[in-house]
Design a binder for this molecule. Structure first.
Ligand SMILES: *Cc1c(COP(=O)(O)O)cnc(C)c1O
Length: 234
């Protein structure tokens, strides 16, 4: 199967999962995660009509997407990997959205660079919801500090979208589901407390667990392997 066929398959599977869990058709977006795959694979996906992509490393994203974004102006790129502070400027340059906000300091650095470039950027707050995974907020107080600052309009170039998580790497479906439920409940609580912020997007679900994520309310699934094939790490 080529990338176009795999994309179509996944989109069908997503539609079926939406229907099965009583979700509105089209309520789940597909982020095609192209990390470790060449620009040519991204272009194949674009030619198949797909424009939403995710990369987890800033340097790789920049090398791959600088030209692509010049050539195709409706391509939308999300950074989904944990972001070192010294990579913020590059990330802001290349990305439309950063899904891996896991500390207050990042917001300060992002706002600073966005205001220099006069660019707005979307963000998700990554939350630690299961053992094993190391990334994401573990301290709710820190997350609240971020949301308070946004609510006080301290970061005018940063447009919050919602929350992101990675389920634990396990075969235990119960644990995976628990992680997604934790994120959804946190999201509902925060939406109630911050009515003026847009926080209703839930980025959860990968190739192995996206159907469970859709059942639990995901609005954006991040899928790499099932579209582009196995990654070859070297
Ligand atoms: C790589 C990655 C994905 C996609 O994983 P697959 O299992 O290949 O679908 C999703 N989210 C994050 C944060 C990733 O780093």
């Amino acid at each position: 199967m080529d990338i176009k066929e795999r994309l179509n398959n996944i989109k069908n599977e997503i539609n079926q999962a939406e229907e099965k869990s009583g979700r509105k058709a089209g309520s789940v977006k597909l982020l095609a995660v192209s990390k470790f795959h060449p620009a040519q694979s991204v272009i194949e996906a674009i030619n198949a009509g797909h424009f939403l992509f995710g990369e987890n490393r800033v340097q790789e994203a920049k090398e791959k997407f600088s030209n692509i974004k010049n050539d195709y102006n409706n391509v939308n790129l999300h950074i989904i990997g944990s972001l070192q502070s010294n990579k913020v400027n590059k990330a802001v340059e290349i990305a439309d959205c950063i899904e891996s906000i896991d500390r207050f300091e990042l917001l300060c650095k992002i706002e600073n660079q966005c205001s220099k470039l006069n660019k707005n950027i979307e963000v998700f707050f990554e939350v630690h919801t299961g053992e094993e995974s190391k990334s994401g907020f573990t301290d709710k107080g820190q997350l609240i500090k971020c949301l308070d600052s946004l609510a006080n309009k301290e970061f005018p170039h940063i447009i919050p979208q919602g929350f992101m998580t990675m389920a634990p790497f396990t075969q235990d479906e119960k644990l995976i589901r628990k992680s997604f439920i934790t994120l959804r409940e946190l999201s509902l609580e925060m939406q109630k407390n911050y009515k003026d912020l847009k926080l209703d997007e839930l980025s959860m679900g990968m190739s192995g667990d996206y159907k469970i994520a859709i059942e639990e309310g995901s609005t954006i699934v991040r899928i790499g392997t099932a579209i582009f094939g196995e990654r070859i790490y070297n």
